[in-house]
Design a protein around this ligand. Sequence first.
Ligand code: ADE
Length: 247
Amino acid sequence: MKFTLITLFPDEISSSISFGILGRAIKNKVIEVDYISLRDYSDNKYQSIDDKPYGGGPGMLIQAEPLIKAINKVRSESNKNIPVIFLTPQGKLFTQKTAKAYSQINQLIIVSGRYEGFDERVHELVDNSSEISIGDYVISGGEIATAVIIDAITRLLPGALGDENSAKQDSFSEGLLDYPHYTRPEEVEGIKVPEVLLSGNHNAINQWRFKQSIGKTFDKRPDLIKKRNLTDEEEEILNEYIKDNKE
Ligand code: ADE
């Protein structure tokens, strides 16, 4: 999959995606990352691409024209209507479901916002584009958000993870949080690893893990349980978890 990144600070993104799983995915050509410097599309000798907001107020905005020129150039080179993501806290929330949907396509343009954001007209003028937010908080620019999105999508691509099952058991992959994990030693300050995990009985282990997954999601993220519409059997498993954890 190819990511084309339009940004003022390419180094901030490349330094975040050069290591570990992402670094390996680039090296092994699971993903390809292209950087487009927005300043190259400025129409003035100072290479500025921002200006003051009409109506007053603090900060500067990224102008529509250089951005549209940059996007059109990328699209014209590939003869395709490649989807565009504009990163902004005003966007639709990025979730595992969004990551899964984007992992099915072969090229994505991601635009990092800076300053107070973009001239609103880009959203009308660039077709096949979406405003995306990585969470209900504000960070200083879209570059870190871009790295987050590339990471979440890349994990889902064949060949990115050592173990193909890792992504399947990640939190949210089934609309639930991941179950708890334990490693050696068997006892830490009086707290033992749950018996069942030492039993070698894989059926029982899987059942325990699923019950924990439903139960922990109910405890910490009841909104996800509501969204998922539990089956009767899952409802029963959740009731058992609640009973197990009552005292
Ligand atoms: N830029 C600033 N805050 C952001 C957020 N929460 N998501 C995406 N881009 C952003």
